[in-house]
Ligand binder design. Structure first.
Ligand code: COI
Length: 330
């Protein structure tokens, strides 16, 4: 049996090696190329593939995979929004993801970013660097005084709720699907408008769907409390970046931690040192002291990387051998 893993980074390689050693019946080949119309040919002769990318996997790529007789596709990430799943389904391709490689990794990161916003860490770092050791005027806020509105109560949202409660913050949540445990605790509000009105912090843990594109738009910001903090480690398309800029300018939004950005593909996880970034919206947000932009790294811990590799290979092998797997998306 042969599996080709696309988009492999050096830090993933030890986990591929360990899995390979435990599965001598499978040959796992690695390529740094992401899966696209150019690299899809590399899958010829394979029984399945593992991928890690937010770059689109469009209909043409799935059609080419089927021509090569590859019908087992296992993503190493949670999000499936970049894949043309309708086409894949019609073609009889099976797709798995890894929905729980480490919800805590993402949840912890978002909380730590929020703490940095609340404590004006970036402003103090700049001042301290310039040997300005004065306190004023950068008085901070406390997390225990916040009402955190969590949008999306899947695994990551729930991990975040646990941490926020540990800090003594009040938490309200919105999701189309109600988690029974949280429901019992009465954490859910009925509408997004209710959440906007109740929250001093809003954190996004929802997947990207066609229904939630630009969920936080001008109208949404208008309904929020003045000085609200916005955290997004879900998908960039959840926020209308221009509307966020307007809300930052007016003070409606006090600050924002963005680990995703709607046009992140040409920027995040690329070495752009010394280069001009040709995206005025990104540059506007990136230049602000009260906006913490990070390159989609909330997931990036050793625990998560290990689980992404190992679980995706387990799933791919299961698809190849049995035609089905845990975490099967289609
Ligand atoms: C996901 O797992 O969906 C992520 O956003 C992580 C990233 C490696 C793309």
């Amino acid at each position: 049996m042969k599996i080709l893993a696309y988009g492999v980074r050096d830090d993933e390689k030890p986990y591929f090696k360990t899995w390979q050693a435990a599965h001598p019946e499978v040959t796992v080949s690695l390529t740094p190329a992401i899966l696209d119309e150019h690299s899809v040919d590399e899958a010829a002769g394979c029984d399945g593939i593992s991928i890690l990318q937010t770059d689109p996997v469009g209909p043409a790529v799935f059609e080419r995979l089927v021509k090569e007789n590859v019908r087992a596709v296992s993503s190493r990430i949670v999000g499936t929004d970049a894949m043309a799943l309708d086409t894949a389904k019609k073609l009889g391709i099976k797709v798995t993801n890894v929905p729980a490689y480490s919800p805590a990794a993402i949840a912890e990161f978002t909380v730590s970013q929020l703490l940095q916003l609340l404590r004006n860490t970036r402003r103090f770092e700049a001042k301290i660097h310039a040997q300005d050791f004065r306190w004023a005027p950068d008085v901070s806020q406390e997390l225990n005084q916040q009402t955190v509105g969590v949008i999306g109560t899947g695994r990551i949202g729930r991990a975040a709720i646990k941490i926020y409660r540990g800090f003594g913050a009040k938490v309200v949540a919105y999701d189309v699907y109600h988690n029974p445990e949280l429901e019992k605790e009465g954490i859910y509000v009925d509408t997004l408008a209710d959440l906007y009105q109740a929250s001093t912090v809003i954190t996004l843990h929802a997947p990207a769907t066609k229904d939630d594109f630009h969920m936080l738009d001008q109208d949404a910001f208008d309904q929020m409390n003045d000085g609200v903090w916005i955290v997004n480690a879900g998908r960039g398309t959840l926020i209308d970046s221009q509307a966020l800029i307007t809300a930052l300018d007016s003070g409606k939004v006090a600050g924002s931690a963005l680990d995703t950005y709607e046009k992140e593909l040409p920027i995040f996880n690329h070495d752009l040192r010394g280069q001009q970034i040709d995206d005025p919206t990104f540059n506007n947000l990136f230049a602000r002291e009260n906006v913490l932009m990070t390159p989609h790294i909330a997931f990036y811990t050793n625990m998560a990387v290990k689980n992404m590799v190992t679980v995706s290979l387990d799933h791919n092998l299961s698809l190849i051998q049995t035609g089905a797997s845990e975490d099967q998306v289609i």
